[in-house]
Design a protein around this ligand. Structure first.
Ligand code: 5AD
Ligand code: SF4
Length: 480
């Protein structure tokens, strides 16, 4: 057994002891008052953050908190994102509101975590402008939440000065992966599973490698054990998560590959659908394409961020592929999985982007025919190489390009979605519509949503649905 695993087990035991200690305290309080403390989590950003919020939720529930759907809760947590500047501004806005709630709610705890907390300037600003915040932690030490709550409660016992209550614990980086802590999941029938943390790519516009640290793969056995338990618990669909899943296993001893991991996940009984997110084009191997072609369980959807169609800009973005490579990759993927739905991320207005560069992006979007694309206006992130580059594009120019791109993306999405009109497809039923209880929402393998009439007892099952009409980003269907 290597050192990391030892530390991991010791740390997990320590945290479980603290969780139990707090649980006894909360149970005691419940016996006295008959009231359970409530919690609410607001999650910003990507799938990685959503998964982290489930882990946080697992710890809070184990302590004895019950979930509530309003921010007027005993424990309110913002799990933040910082990939673009406006994500930070939204958190500051929400914090003002949280402060007002806290004034009318004695004993309320407000916590902040996630990528934005890895930025010292953001934390300094929060300490100055929002001194009522109780706990701040980062992306590397989520597993410590119970310990941080305990310290916060002890601080209050030691001093009645609010400025001495705040607990801040942010790690710059870590090799530590703590397994086997309490867990939660939003849906009983589908689950996200982390396979690799962090990112080594340092795309020149991106702050993620600075706030999520270097790549760390989980042991393959831990991942497979987790998915087997999920399958035994009724999960039918898993989404394997990582900033760059294609790098999975390169850091393990002996090294493993993402394609091999998929082959193992495929063998797990009960798992009917497998997805993964996100893939860096430069690391998407032919081995993986072959596995995608042969797999019975992999969904026919691939998210393959393009960022730009201009080889010149891709070089400055440090993406390490060219326009031609991307187009060739797409044709190889389509040869293996002809029906694949391709989605992408595109940045508009990267420093130095000319009209010619932008037209190259439009050209790729037209040639590939994406099923959908997330389009972003470039946002300057302090500390990234792109922030210091000359020729920052004027906002009005970027916005105008953004609108043109959106039009092409929408056309492409509508055209692609027409291919399933008047066909029957298998759909995982996910939700009952909140306003109309006879209306269900499900998801195709291609990731598109379908709305159709049906009974709530169908939620969680995979059933055939006739797709009557495409609305571009969703279908109207009927049961068959
Ligand atoms: N500005 C705009 N978009 C960005 N992304 C990452 N960093 C930035 C930035 N500074 C986008 C990329 C990435 C997605 C998650 O966010 O397209 O794929
Ligand atoms: Fe950011 Fe690039 Fe890593 Fe994606 S691959 S998280 S865009 S640095």
């Amino acid at each position: 057994m290597n050192r990391t695993v030892n530390t991991n087990e010791l740390e997990a035991k320590k945290q479980l002891d603290i969780i139990n200690e707090l649980k006894e305290r909360f149970d005691d309080e419940f016996r006295r008052t008959g009231i359970r403390k409530t919690y609410h989590i607001v999650t910003f950003g990507c799938q990685m953050n959503s998964r982290d919020s489930e882990k946080i939720s697992g710890i809070l529930k184990q302590i004895g908190y019950v979930e509530t759907d309003t921010e007027d809760a005993d424990f309110l947590l913002y799990n933040t994102c910082t990939v673009r500047e406006n994500a930070n501004n939204r958190v500051y806005g929400r914090l003002g509101h949280a402060g007002t709630i806290k004034k009318g709610r004695p004993g309320m705890l407000i916590a902040l975590c996630g990528c934005m907390m890895q930025e010292p300037t953001a934390v300094e600003k929060i300490k100055r402008q929002f001194p009522f915040v109780d706990i701040i932690f980062g992306t590397h030490n989520i597993f410590k939440l119970a310990e941080l709550i305990k310290i916060r409660l002890e601080n209050e016992e030691k001093s009645n000065r609010q400025e001495e209550h705040m607990v801040i614990d942010i790690w710059k980086g870590t090799d530590l992966i703590v397994e086997n802590l309490p867990n939660d999941r939003k849906y009983p029938f589908k689950a996200g599973v982390n396979i690799i943390y962090g990112c080594n790519n340092f795309c020149s516009y991106c702050i993620v490698p600075y706030v999520r640290g270097r790549e760390r793969s989980r042991n393959m056995d831990d991942i497979l054990d987790e998915i087997t338990c999920l399958a035994n618990d009724g999960v039918k669909e898993v989404m394997l998560l990582g900033q760059n899943v294609n790098s999975y296993g390169k850091d393990l001893d002996p090294p493993k590959s993402f394609a091999k991991l998929l082959l193992e996940v495929e063998k797990i009984d009960g798992i009917e659908r497998i997805r993964f997110m996100t893939s860096h084009p430069k690391d998407l191997s032919q081995e993986l394409i072959d596995v995608m072609g042969a797999s019975k369980k992999l969904c026919n959807h691939l998210h393959l961020p393009l960022q730009s169609g201009s080889t010149r800009l891709l070089k400055i973005m440090n993406r390490k592929y060219t326009k031609e490579y991307y187009l060739d990759l797409v044709s190889r993927i389509r040869r293996a999985v002809p029906d694949i739905a391709l989605t992408t991320d595109i940045i508009v207005g990267f420093p130095g982007e000319t009209e010619e560069d932008f037209l190259e992006t439009i050209d790729v979007v037209k040639k590939v025919g994406f099923d959908n694309a997330f389009t972003f206006l470039y946002s300057k992130r302090t500390g990234t190489p792109a922030a210091a580059m000359p020729d920052q594009v004027e906002e009005s120019v970027a916005r105008e390009r953004f609108d043109r791109l959106l039009e092409v993306v929408q056309e492409s999405a509508l055209r692609r979605s027409k291919r399933y009109e008047n066909t029957v497809q298998r759909v995982l039923v996910e939700e009952v519509n909140e306003q109309n209880n006879n209306l269900l929402t499900g998801r195709l393998g291609s990731n598109m949503l379908v709305h159709f009439e049906g009974d709530s007892s169908l939620v969680g099952s995979i059933i055939p649905v006739y797709l009557k009409e495409s609305k571009g980003f969703y279908y109207i269907g009927t049961r068959v």
